[in-house]
Design a protein around this ligand. Structure first.
Ligand code: GLN
Ligand code: ZN
Length: 762
């Protein structure tokens, strides 16, 4: 008989009402005493545990809770404190300085946590640093949980292999030495836990899912070295976000339990468990509920699934758990959340997911009949949700069936289009443009607030937006830009704006998730078939166009970006959802064209971040991503120029996809890329329209003309001049008006000088 327990891998830190964020920000501003702040943090730490205990979770994690980020916690614990922060004596000040920077020291870099929208602080390796254990946070947290709630908990620790994989500042050949310097620290950390009488620790090793067989073997050596010294402690080696290819090696690690994600593994983990079995003496921690989506699970199906697996494996003990830390979903359904009943009933956030697990456990222990009522109720909710989501757009299914290959491509080849557009658009060589947004000043934000709170009427708000648009059209004319934009003053967020206008999307008031540090986001919820209802950007664009004889570029967010920054339904493949969004955007593109707009930009800044973790899955994703983009943009006339924009540099790895988008022009971030990409372009010429960002928009600094001119000159060594564009790296939404104007003037001047030089050379 297999023993069954419920377990949680991690819980959101932010609190139901974002108490965590509020405490942190007040403390940073100096509006809160340290003692008050620490007390509040402690309360929130305990509250998160209590919520999990209340859902009857048998094995509750500790030390996943943090004051900023769990990777930063690990770095600080091992004294991976970069030299530039060493002058700060107080540990808490040091911690926040690394996260947020100070006047003297720039913050540590932040980057995406695997393929999620959470961002962690990148540990920095420094060669001659003294690494040691500065404190034992898991132990402190374990004690505190026991004291506050009288419970045994499972400390969570970021694994050594993953910690190093996420760090920077070393060469490949240093890696062995780094492992060796860290192994004693992990041993010390775990020994202290062992001495305390801790039963289980969860060591997170998500990086194993992208590791090569050789790397998995190296990781095994690490665990051999560690466990040789710590024998009285049970270690659960936890993987998530995908399958581990070297499964047989993984199950031979000298640990007492292995955690596998059976949700995001594309069926691979199950396949391997079935093919190779699972060691009878180890605990299998089975991730069976999706820890990244927000939907109620099909509990009947899940119960059958896990019942069958347990029956087949005959292991001693199984922990059923979410696929990964619940950090990536909102805390719980808020009592004041106002959503349609059928939608609300279909949702399941962190707290609700844990109670689903408890129900599954009951079904396993007492038999399916014992939980039949709850399973039926959940099924009813899912059925109602489906009805609710698909009733709105009955047309799409039919339209989808009618789509043919022709709908996914532009008829005329690029070179021919370029010739036609050059004639009809009448632009100078090296045309100048911006990426779309102009400064969202305090005034703009407060206007929107007033309108949202109904202090301002629609007319008042619209007239404000018009005034702002006109102001910036005049400014752009005055600066001498060639292709103008309306400025995006009506948009807070490039996804929310479209989601609010399309069918099939819902917006919550309280469903926040942590993005990085204290920053939280509320991703839109795609619950049903996406539907175009009415033009979304035509009014603003046409108004802007009416004010100038230059071309105003229409500005849309692309289908892949809208999908990647939303919580999507799970009953359709992502590709199909992307196609639905694309199909709706196609109508918007057509509406803009019909209204006389000749240049339309469809932004895809999130296309690359949607890449699957395993390279072998890239092609499939990239090919439908490109198809979705083309579905949204390919119905236009040859005279209509399609632009796209992505904000990252060095896109060597997806350059084929960029090509495949078949956009007439792509503008990308470039100013900080130090020429690496130009070297690439020298070898692999890019022959469609290309705008390499000539200035960094992340900083208030106004780059001098010469600097931008030299970027243009370098680029023209490898890019054909007749299709090269001059633009900033990205939108200017976060900049101040004065610096924006000054920088753009220099940019336009740089383009002029470059044109003069070109004229002289021919
Ligand atoms: N058009 C958007 C803007 O300028 C693009 C933003 C982005 O790339 N993230 O703000
Ligand atoms: Zn951008």
């Amino acid at each position: 008989m297999t023993n069954v327990k419920t377990s949680s891998l991690g819980f959101p830190r932010i609190g139901l009402n974002r108490e965590w964020k509020k405490s942190l920000e007040a403390y940073w501003k100096g509006n809160k005493e340290r003692e008050t702040f620490l007390n509040e943090m402690d309360k929130q730490f305990v509250a998160a545990l209590k919520t999990q205990v209340d859902q009857q979770i048998d094995i509750v994690p500790v030390s996943d809770f943090t004051f900023y980020d769990h990777v930063l916690d690990a770095a600080v614990m091992f004294n991976w404190i970069p030299e530039r922060f060493k002058h700060i004596n107080d540990p808490l000040d040091t911690y926040f300085a690394m996260a947020r920077g100070t006047k003297e020291a720039v913050s540590c870099e932040m980057t995406k946590w695997f393929n999620t929208n959470y961002h962690y602080i990148v540990p920095e390796y420094e060669k001659n640093a003294q690494y040691r254990l500065t404190k034992n946070k898991p132990l402190e947290d374990y004690r505190r949980a026991k004291e506050a709630l009288g419970i045994e908990t499972k400390p969570v620790i970021l694994g050594l292999y993953t910690f190093v994989a996420l760090a920077k500042g070393y060469e490949k050949q240093d890696i062995k030495g780094i492992y060796e310097s860290l192994i004693p620290l992990y041993i010390q950390l775990l020994k202290e836990l062992e001495e305390e009488g801790v039963k289980w620790v969860q060591i997170d090793e998500p990086a194993l899912v992208t590791a090569s067989p050789g790397e998995v073997a190296a990781a095994k050596d690490i665990y051999q070295a560690i466990t040789a010294e710590v024998s009285g402690l049970n270690i659960l080696l936890q993987t998530y976000f995908d399958s581990v290819d070297a499964y047989e090696e993984l199950i031979s690690f000298p640990v007492e339990g292995i955690g596998l994600d059976f949700v995001h593994d594309k069926g691979k983990n199950l396949e391997q468990v079935k093919a190779h079995g699972f060691p009878k003496d180890k605990v299998l921690a089975a991730g069976i509920l999706d820890g990244r989506n927000i939907w109620k699970a099909n509990l009947g199906e899940r119960l059958d699934w896990i019942t069958e697996l347990i029956g087949e494996l005959g292991v001693r003990e199984v922990w059923i758990q979410p696929s990964n830390s619940l950090l990536h979903v909102p805390v719980a359904k808020h009592p004041d959340e106002q959503l349609a009943g059928d939608l609300l009933n279909g949702l399941s956030f962190a707290k609700e997911k844990l109670s689903e697990l408890s129900l599954l456990k009951e079904g396993l222990v007492s038999g399916k009949a014992a939980v039949k009522e709850q399973i039926d109720a959940a099924n009813g909710h899912l059925e109602a949700l489906k009805q609710f989501g698909t009733a709105a757009n009955t047309a799409f299914a039919e339209e989808r069936n009618r789509l043919t290959e022709e709908d996914f491509k532009r008829v005329t080849p690029f070179e021919e289009r370029l010739r036609i557009q050059n004639e009809s658009l009448g632009l100078p060589i090296l045309p100048t443009t911006t990426i779309g947004s102009f400064p969202q000043t305090a005034e703009v934000r407060s206007a929107r607030q007033k309108w949202r709170k109904k202090e301002w009427s629609d007319e008042q708000y619209e007239s404000f937006i018009k005034t702002e648009t006109k102001k910036w059209i005049d400014i752009q004319e005055e600066i001498g830009l060639d292709v103008l934009v309306h400025g995006e003053f009506e948009r807070t967020d490039m996804v929310e704006y479209f989601g609010e206008k399309l069918g099939g999307f819902a917006f919550t008031k309280y469903a926040w998730v942590q993005s990085y540090g204290s920053r939280c986001v509320r991703p839109p919820v795609i619950y049903g078939d996406v539907e175009f209802k009415e033009p979304m950007t035509v009014k603003e664009t046409v108004y802007a166009q009416s004010l100038t004889s230059k071309h105003v570029k229409g500005m849309l967010t692309g289908p892949v970006t809208i999908l990647n920054w939303s919580f999507a339904r799970y009953d359709l493949p992502r590709k199909e959802i992307a196609f639905q969004i694309a199909h709706a955007l196609r109508k918007e593109v057509e509406a803009l064209e019909k209204a006389g707009i000749q240049i339309i930009q469809v932004d895809e800044p999130a296309l690359r971040e949607g890449l699957p973790l395993k390279e072998r899955d890239w092609d499939e994703y990239l090919s439908w991503a490109a198809e979705a983009f083309r579905l949204s943009t390919s119905s236009v006339k040859d005279t209509t120029q399609i632009h796209t924009h992505m904000c990252y540099s060095n896109f060597e790895d997806i350059v084929d996809t960029i090509e495949d988008l078949d956009a007439d022009v792509i503008t990308i971030e470039h100013s900080r890329s130090h020429g690496g990409f130009l070297d690439y372009l020298a070898k692999h010429p890019y022959l469609k329209g290309l705008g390499l960002g000539v200035y960094d928009i992340h900083s208030p600094r106004v780059p001098p003309t010469e600097e931008m001119l030299s970027i243009i000159q370098d680029a023209l060594n490898v890019c054909p001049a007749d299709r090269f564009w001059v633009n900033p790296d990205c939108g200017l939404k976060t900049r101040q008006p004065e610096e924006t104007i000054a920088a753009l003037k220099n940019m336009v001047e740089a383009a002029k000088q470059a044109r003069d030089q070109l004229a002289q050379t021919v």
